[in-house]
Design a protein around this ligand. Structure first.
Ligand code: HEC
Ligand code: HEC
Length: 245
């Protein structure tokens, strides 16, 4: 007897999801915009398809799960779009939008979001204990020699705002997103092009390490409007696929 209302709710949810995807697909293909004539056919217009999840201009918020796109290194964004298209990362509603897009179009999308210079929201104060935050700070800035984990800042930049062309910043991301991504690498659900250095690093971290790093990182303000460093200050301690000098 109780199955009927439950199915109703599920159907409504999937109908709503289908509607969002349909609207987004239309916008991303830009066919409707051209046919209508009234709407300018610009990349910004087409990328409105991404804003229901990624926020206005891909700037997200510092809560919830959706990652910011605005201002991230273009090579990093491009690599991720390819990773989603080729199944190294998965999130079905997004894959539906980009799976048929060509490499040059994905590059154009990546360059568009990378070029947006928008302020970040203030960080959310952490509810983690001082001990947890200290552990997170140590791991990020100094690494853990016993576990053979290099400092995150070694690759992600001294200011933790990333490094051009393909290393993302670690500040300005929601805590849940950071925990989710590190957990996904550890569980073999997120992959990067080989050699997948983040998979090797995540494998050595416990869930407490991950929680501590995410708590500390998400409590930090974003310096320099989150601008990635133009070049790495020192050679990387491990090699990472998709990161060309
Ligand atoms: C239905 C919601 C939704 C829509 C619409 C959507 N995305 Fe996403 N996107 C997500 C989620 C959720 C993630 C994180 C997925 C994960 O790895 O767990 C993500 C991740 C990404 C990433 C990786 C970000 C990073 O920091 O690693 C890129 C790049 C991206 N999306 C681009 C786009 C673009 C471009 C569009 C529009 C064409 C778009 N997305 C539309 C939900 C969405
Ligand atoms: C050897 C260099 C290196 C080190 C050290 C490193 N990272 Fe990374 N990290 C990368 C690269 C390269 C990527 C991009 C991977 C990809 O293309 O998917 C990345 C991506 C990430 C992402 C995904 C960001 C997003 O927007 O989805 C997170 C989170 C992350 N690293 C956290 C960490 C943490 C925490 C540490 C320290 C414990 C760390 N990294 C240490 C190279 C490194």
């Amino acid at each position: 007897m109780s199955r009927f209302p439950l199915e109703c709710v599920t159907t409504l949810r999937s109908l709503r999801r289908m509607a969002i995807i349909l609207v987004a697909l239309l916008a991303v293909s830009a066919i409707d915009a051209r046919a209508a004539g009234a709407i300018p056919d610009t990349i910004a217009q087409r990328m409105l398809a991404c804003t229901p999840c990624h926020g206005k201009d891909g700037r997200a918020t510092n809560a919830g799960y959706f990652p910011r796109l605005a201002g991230k290194p273009a090579g990093y964004l491009y690599n991720q779009l390819v990773n989603f298209r080729e199944g190294r990362r998965s999130y079905a509603p997004m894959v539906d939008l980009i799976e048929h897009l060509s490499d040059p179009y994905l590059r154009e999308i990546a360059a568009h979001f990378a070029s947006l210079d928008l302020p970040y929201p203030s960080p959310t104060p952490s509810r983690a204990s001082a001990q947890v935050l200290q552990r997170g700070e140590r791991l990020v800035l100094q690494g853990d020699t016993e576990k053979n984990v290099p400092a995150c800042a070694h690759c992600h930049g001294r200011a933790l705002t990333g490094v051009e062309p393909a290393i993302p910043g670690l500040v300005g991301l929601p805590r849940d997103y950071l925990t989710g991504q590190l957990g996904a690498w550890k569980a073999g659900q997120r992959h990067a092009a080989a050699p997948d250095c983040m998979a090797q690093i995540a494998a050595k971290l416990t869930s407490d390490d991950i929680a501590a790093a995410a708590a500390w990182l998400s409590s930090r303000p974003v310096p320099d409007r989150g601008k990635p460093a133009p070049t790495a200050q020192r050679p990387m301690p491990m090699s990472c696929g998709g990161v060309q000098p």
